[in-house]
Design a protein around this ligand. Structure first.
Ligand code: NAD
Length: 291
């Protein structure tokens, strides 16, 4: 079993680190929040006073941080030159593609193996070890990372070279954001045209308009399988996190010169919804704005 440094023990990282402990790894944790660190210690992690101390004897370093600027600072200031040569670095944060590629190039130049491995699945999946990892990095680095990621998830998929994990994540979430908006406005229109929502669901869910936002995560309460709509739009995937991912997608689209009119529309609509105080509610609650 390995010694793994885990940096960023928040909502997601806390559960992921606990699953590494359960798998028998020695986990050395660090977080700026004492509360997060205390929860990790309860789950069996060892607490470190600095990132440098956590990574000094690590076979692998996992990071689960809020954004690209913080991630880059953590690696450049406290991991590179402090983690042992050859150490495997796994960044599971959701960040911009350009930063992921720049930090990976720096890591390779300094003799580290590195993958970007953002996740699909929320806090429940992090706690339950059922995340999906989308991984970018060289074949050899992926092969080393896979068994560690497999202890925290149900699926580990190699998306290609460095940064491709982040690219897959934001492309998927851009599609999800746009399809949720389309599902919401369609249900609202169907009702205004006099259709019963359940009847429309029964028709569209077996017709060509069917999509995941409708049949796995229906934004209307009482229609389709259990979803955050049935729980007052609490839990699930927060509007603020969907907006974060859409902003990353728009940044990447601009850099790649990709035309994404639907992505743009979804970003603008989720921004209005977040500005109206809905940042903390599930993203499917945007149906209340469109209804
Ligand atoms: P969070 O805010 O709960 O956790 C982030 C943790 O990082 C906090 O505990 C914070 O104290 C710590 N931190 C910040 N700066 C630090 C630093 N310099 N050194 C050490 N620790 C530092 O956020 P989260 O919900 O756990 O999300 C983490 C990442 O996972 C984000 O990139 C997010 O976009 C992504 N993500 C979240 C979800 C979700 O449902 N919450 C789902 C998929 C992906």
């Amino acid at each position: 079993m390995s010694t793994i440094a885990f940096i960023g023990l928040g909502n997601m990282g806390g559960g992921m680190a606990a699953n590494l402990v359960k798998a028998g790894h020695r986990v050395l944790g660090f977080d700026l929040s004492q509360e997060a660190l205390a929860r990790a210690v309860e789950a069996g992690c060892e607490s470190c006073e600095t990132i440098e101390a956590a990574v000094a004897s690590a076979d692998a370093v996992v990071t689960m941080l809020p954004n690209g600027a913080i991630m880059r600072d953590v690696y450049e200031t406290s991991v590179f030159g402090h983690a042992p040569a050859g150490c495997l670095l796994l960044d599971c944060s959701t960040i911009d593609v350009a930063t992921a590629r720049a930090v990976a190039a720096d890591a390779a130049a300094k003799g580290y193996a590195m993958v970007d491995a953002p996740v699909s699945g929320g806090i429940a999946a992090a706690n339950g070890g059922t995340l999906t990892f989308m991984v970018g990095g060289p074949d050899g680095d992926f092969a080393k990372a896979e068994p560690i990621l497999a202890t925290m998830g149900k699926a580990v998929i190699h998306a290609g070279a460095a940064g491709n994990g982040q690219a897959a994540k934001i492309c998927n979430n851009m599609l999800l954001g746009a399809s949720m908006v389309a599902t919401c406005e369609t249900f609202a229109m169907a009702q205004k045209l006099g259709l019963d929502p359940q009847t429309f669901y029964d028709i569209s869910s077996v017709s060509s308009g069917q999509c995941w936002s409708m049949t796995s995560y229906c934004p209307l309460p009482g229609v389709g399988p259990q979803s955050p709509a049935d729980n007052g739009y609490q839990g699930g995937f927060a509007t603020a996190l969907m907006l974060k991912d859409l902003k990353l997608a728009m940044e990447a689209a601009q850099a790649a010169n990709a035309a994404v009119p639907m992505g743009h529309a979804a970003e603008a609509l989720f921004q209005v919804h977040a500005n109206a105080g809905q940042g903390g509610t599930d993203f499917s609650s945007i149906i209340k704005m469109l209804g």
